[in-house]
Ligand binder design. Structure first.
Ligand code: ASP
Length: 318
């Protein structure tokens, strides 16, 4: 039994491991671990009290994948329901003929299954950060009032900043049966354009699990993982026979081929079916955590760095 997670999964990993030890499935462990992070108001990149979009609204993305069957469920742009991972899992469990529900449809489904709803998903502290960020982007330093028909195109460019790539939570578990599951949950980029969907709810981009080979989950610039199919690539490289480290490095190296304006940070965690695990990042100093059943608590370890921007650096862009 093994759980690996992005570093901000530290608050949830003990509960997730307890679930595994009590005969819970890998799917249970992933959901339980992520729920703890989603409810934590101090994590501003996941669930309740995450950084909102440019209009100050919190839109959540999440997905979960069962490596036994390759079944998956996902939600995107969901408002008003803190436990996006649980709603994502229900998209799968309730046997909808769908994998991903977004926006009003995801909220409707969440209501229909009586998912826990919270009236206010943001604290005043985070609203103040959002207002401050917008105000700092105007010539006058005044908070701009953005209405339904305000042009937002320039606003999202002005308001992007390092926070936009700051986080998301990943959990991958192997249970006592040897089954693998992977889950991802996020509030996405801070100050994103309303309706922007990242890699986290897209199976194959930010999340992939297959019992026969292994699993991968991503954080970082979701647009890149979508374009490169990063999580699926890594698992496919395992399927092709590469050892875990090589497969993971290749999935990162593939990102070098992406031209255009969205080159930025990318991080992944991955494991193979034998329980070897790895964390990679484009940036130095990033960590991930893991815990095996025989460990009293989790351990935090450095991610290996893979430079991803080399190929396009200095080249003219269209
Ligand atoms: N991958 C997430 C997204 O693009 C954000 C992040 O991990 O920072 O929505």
């Amino acid at each position: 039994m093994l759980i690996i997670a992005s570093h901000n999964g530290a608050s949830g990993i003990a509960d997730a491991m307890r679930a595994l030890k009590n005969d819970g499935s890998a799917m249970d462990a992933v959901e339980i671990g992520i729920r703890v992070v989603e409810a934590d108001p101090s994590d501003h990149t996941v669930g309740y009290n995450g950084y909102p979009n440019i209009l100050g609204e919190l839109e959540l993305d999440a997905s979960i994948m069962d490596g036994r069957t390759l079944n998956s469920g996902a939600v995107a742009l969901m408002r008003g329901f803190p436990y996006a991972i649980s709603v994502a899992r229900q998209v799968m469990e309730r046997k909808l003929p769908h994998v991903l529900l977004a926006g009003a449809g995801a909220e409707r489904f969440a209501r229909e299954i009586n998912a826990e709803a919270w009236e206010d998903m943001l604290t005043d502290e985070i609203r103040a950060v959002w207002r401050g960020r917008l105000a700092a982007s105007t010539a006058t330093g005044e908070f701009p009032s953005l209405s339904d028909d305000s042009p937002l195109l320039e606003w999202v460019k002005l308001a992007t900043d390092p926070e936009r790539v700051a986080g998301t939570v990943n959990f991958i578990a192997i249970d006592g049966q040897g089954d693998i599951a992977a889950g991802v949950s996020t509030s996405g980029w801070a100050w994103k354009y309303p309706g922007r969907i990242g890699d986290s709810p897209i199976i194959g981009a930010g999340n992939y699990a297959d019992n026969r080979y292994g699993a991968c989950a991503c954080t970082g610039m979701g647009e890149m993982a979508i374009r490169a199919g990063t999580a699926r690539s890594l698992v496919l490289y395992l399927q092709m026979g590469m050892p875990l480290r090589e497969a993971a490095r290749q999935a990162m190296i593939d990102l070098r081929d992406l031209g255009g304006d969205y080159i930025g940070g990318m991080n992944l965690i991955a494991l193979d079916r034998d329980g070897a695990h790895i964390g990679l990042s484009a940036d130095a100093g990033r960590t991930y955590i893991y815990q095996q059943a025989d460990m009293a608590e989790h351990v935090e370890v450095e991610r290996e760095v893979v430079e991803i921007s080399a190929r396009w650096a200095g080249l003219p862009r269209e």
